[in-house]
Design a protein around this ligand. Structure first.
Ligand code: CU
Length: 404
């Protein structure tokens, strides 16, 4: 699919863009682990288990279905910092046999459970679970402006937020026969007395378009994230140092060091600088301002309806700031687990009316950490934004439903 690489829209695209997409923080493609077996019921093994969707309720007069996936079993026998623990991947179709039918994904949830798939385990072992669309002849080639910028990432859950439910009336459109992928990872920030086993129980909620009288409002995911300059001069991603005006572009990000894990986290811009989205966090407090206008790459003025956030321990908050209007769009505060290393809770945003965002405005991500551990840690601050997609023509995927 050569079309995957063409990025015709927007002036700010450089060769770095595909990496920006993959970066998105973590775990795009862990190497395939195990046979990815499909078990139906009786005995729950150690490999991923895919359960047929079941009806869990109704929304807008249409049934809501939930598809459940148990990841493989992970062994935790030591401290694993964020994004360095055992991980795996599972590929599947959300509604197998549904062909080209249009689905609306409306939610994504994760629980940490024991190998039996039932007994709850502590949320503190959650690193992240990502749901992405895989390259193939499906959706993200049909609707490039909606999904290509995130490399197909639909949802990310991470420590502090284990469930996403989009506001009523909204969904992320996917085709039933599109291969999707779950990438999941566990972590453990605190001492282990004896090894134990844990897995993710994940579920995807969706509505079939053919059950809807009127389609849902489509949301497009975007990711913006904090960075540190690790090479070159200047801290405004995508803006040449001699073009920077701090009253317009903000103060720019700090100089820092890449944390250096197995995930790609370094992004280059067309002005010869390298930035890291996963940096070393020195002891003490830091407030970092990252210009993200070129990452956000808004195709038009639109509205923001949902924000999920990925932070690491010791985070205080992350916010999206409209530099042009000089106001905070949304701030997500984090609560750390008292006496241990870990995030107890990270706030999210959900709104049907939404908040306006403007193609012509400059935006920055402000991330604030307070590393009280006394030693070096590592950090990230990513905001997954769900924006109203105004240019999707889904009519050819709509079948005559109950209302036409
Ligand atoms: Cu991370």
């Amino acid at each position: 699919m050569a079309s995957m690489k063409s990025q015709p829209r927007g002036p700010a695209r450089g060769p770095e863009r595909p990496l920006a997409a993959v970066l998105l923080i973590a775990a795009v493609a862990a190497p395939a682990c195990g046979p990815g077996g499909l078990f139906e019921g009786e005995r729950i093994g150690r490999v991923p288990v895919e359960r047929p969707a079941r009806r869990i309720g109704a929304a807008g007069g249409a049934p809501v279905y939930r598809k459940e996936i148990l990841t493989e079993v992970y062994t935790v026998d030591r401290i694993y910092k964020s994004m360095s623990g055992p991980m795996g991947m599972h590929r599947f179709e959300i509604d197998p046999g549904g062909g080209r039918a249009l689905l609306w994904v409306t939610g994504f949830q994760a629980e940490m459970v024991a190998p039996d798939g039932q007994a709850p385990m502590s949320r503190e072992f959650m690193c992240h679970s990502n749901l992405s669309i895989r390259p193939g002849p499906g959706f993200n080639f049909q609707f490039p402006t909606a999904l290509q910028p995130t490399g197909g990432r639909l949802f990310t859950l991470a420590q502090g937020q284990l469930a996403i439910a989009l506001p009523e009336g909204f969904g992320v459109p996917v085709l039933a026969d599109q291969t999707v992928q779950i990438a999941a990872q566990v972590l453990n920030h605190n001492a282990v007395e004896r090894p134990f086993e844990v897995r993710h129980r994940l579920s995807v909620d969706y509505v079939r378009d053919s059950d809807l009288a009127r389609p849902l409002a489509p949301l497009m995911p975007r990711a913006v994230f904090a960075m540190k300059t690790i090479e070159g001069e200047g801290g405004h991603f995508g803006v040449a140092p001699d073009e920077v005006d701090e009253t317009v572009h903000g103060e720019g990000c700090q100089v820092g060091l890449d944390a250096g894990t197995q995930f790609p986290s370094v992004l280059r811009d067309e002005h010869g600088r390298a930035f890291s989205a996963h940096w070393i966090l020195e002891p003490g407090r830091e407030e970092n301002h990252t210009l993200v206008t070129r990452l956000l790459d808004l195709p038009y003025d639109t509205t923001l309806h949902y924000v999920a956030v990925h932070l690491h321990p010791f985070a205080e908050y992350v916010e999206l700031r409209d530099l042009t209007a000089r106001r905070t769009v949304y701030r997500s505060r984090a609560r750390n687990v008292p006496g241990r290393i870990g995030l107890a809770e990270v706030e999210h945003f959900s709104s049907a009316p939404g908040l306006p965002v403007y193609k012509g405005h400059e935006y920055e991500v402000v991330s604030v950490y307070n590393n009280t551990s006394g030693g070096r840690q590592d950090s990230m601050a990513t905001m997954f934004l769900y924006l109203a997609a105004k240019d999707l023509d889904l009519s050819r995927f709509r079948r005559a439903g109950p209302g036409g």
